[in-house]
Design a protein around this ligand. Structure first.
Ligand SMILES: [Zn+2]
Length: 429
């Protein structure tokens, strides 16, 4: 299926902001092609399953088209923990708010939480999540069924956890099976390995995970250098900082996803770049958990690291809205470095949508998008700093959301299920 846009002067933002004058075709692979199509006098764009077969028409007026947002670090089902234990210090927050819930987790709760997270991602214009959480097969099914894209990383720690009551070998075998089975939507969803961190996984476990990645080509995902304590502990026990240590045990494979990277040396940045790793900036989570530091974007950029953006779970952010995360990233980097030129709107948006081949539209009638400015030059800044309602979401040529209503899942039903789960099982927390 292709998306045909028949509106004159439609505003499309790909790399930079450009105004497309003639009718345009957005292909399944996300490439913009100029098409020889009749211009619709009503200014509508159409959903087409071929160059000629228009199967329906949608009101396309007053929409800004952009690439979709990409969330590179999530624990989707942690939406169950949203707004719990507010204001508690990290250790107390984990003990009173997070771990009691995770002890009670069942597949059903993970499904309910993941669906609610999928609803939030879609309604805020995000089409991809790199997730790490318990019962990854359930998360993978939700992502597949709701039309999103994802890398679903099965969690690995040396201690037992809710979806694995044995040890890390057992957890690795579970994930290995998932990887060999694949998802029900292989063109959009793949499974990977989520080593929790250098402090929750032994050298042997990390090496085994890396071996599986080398054999199967699956992605590795790991929390790295999130807190100063973690970095100090790693250095005390190994004589190396976490990324140096991971490099020394030959952990990295192509495109390893390193979440946070808040406390890294320049040497470690060069290592990340040499391995083609994705370093995921999670500025809201770092600030909310009072980590005291977050990624240094300019230094990472200078070292040639591939930087991505993520919210972390809704527990440590309260939101999965990547537009808001883009704003936060821009603000914290400028603030930290005393430099207002860092992460200008175009660079910020490219960071938040990097790698996307999908499209979303934003409501130009939303007052937060005003004023447009001459030739729409203020629109991008308005979208990042002020906000706008997401109207439509297209993934792989399919419609997930249309005219402000998500169609690939029932948002109201999902919200009620989430509310009931919280009321019935977590009311004491
Ligand atoms: Zn995380």
């Amino acid at each position: 299926m292709r998306i045909k846009i028949d509106k004159r002067n439609v505003i499309i933002m790909d790399i930079g902001l450009r105004r497309i004058i003639n009718t345009t075709l957005l292909d399944n692979d996300g490439i913009i092609k100029k098409g020889n199509f009749l211009i619709n006098k009503q200014g509508d764009y159409r959903i087409s399953n071929g160059d000629e077969d228009v199967i329906e028409t949608i009101d396309g007026s007053n929409r800004l088209f952009t690439r979709s947002l990409q969330n590179w670090h999530t624990h989707m089902a942690m939406i169950l923990n949203r707004s719990m234990g507010e204001g508690l210090p990290l250790e107390e927050w984990l003990q009173k708010s997070i771990w009691p819930v995770e002890k009670k987790l069942t597949k059903q709760f993970v499904e309910i939480g993941s669906k609610a997270a999928a609803a939030e991602l879609i309604s805020t214009g995000t089409t991809f999540a790199c997730d790490m959480y318990f019962h990854p097969e359930v998360v993978g099914k939700v992502i597949s069924d709701t039309g999103l894209r994802g890398i679903i990383c099965g969690p690995i720690t040396d201690f037992p956890f809710t979806s694995n009551e044995q040890d890390s070998d057992s957890a690795l075998n579970q994930v290995k099976n998932l990887i060999s089975q694949g998802s029900s939507a292989p063109e959009r969803v793949e499974y990977g390995i989520g080593n929790h961190s250098v402090y929750a996984c032994s050298e042997e476990t990390l090496r085994k995970a890396s071996e599986i990645s080398k054999k199967t080509g699956c992605k590795l995902s790991i929390h790295t250098s999130e807190t100063r304590q973690e970095v100090a502990d790693c250095h005390a026990s190994t004589g190396m900082y976490p990324i140096e240590y991971l490099d020394s045990i030959d952990y990295f494979t192509e495109g390893t996803v390193c979440a946070h990277c808040g406390w890294v040396t320049k040497k470690e940045m060069r290592l990340l770049a040499s391995h083609g790793a994705h370093a995921v900036h999670c500025p809201t989570s770092n600030q909310k958990l009072a980590c005291g530091g977050t990624m240094s974007y300019p230094a990472m950029k200078e070292a040639g690291v591939d930087i991505r953006l993520g919210t972390d779970g809704a527990a440590s952010n309260n939101s999965l809205d990547m537009r808001a995360e883009a704003k936060t990233a821009s603000l914290i980097q400028r603030h930290d470095h005393w430099d207002a030129r860092i992460l200008n709107p175009t660079e910020t948006w490219n960071l938040a949508t990097k790698g996307s081949t999908d499209w979303v539209t934003w409501d130009l009638d939303d007052i937060r998008m005003r004023p447009y400015g001459k030739d729409g030059r203020r629109l991008l800044s308005n979208l990042i700093y002020s906000g706008a309602k997401c109207l439509d979401v297209f993934v792989n040529g399919e419609v997930l959301r249309r005219n402000g209503v998500t169609e690939s899942l029932n948002e109201q039903k999902v919200a009620i299920e989430l509310e009931n789960a919280i009321t019935d099982y977590y009311s004491d927390i």
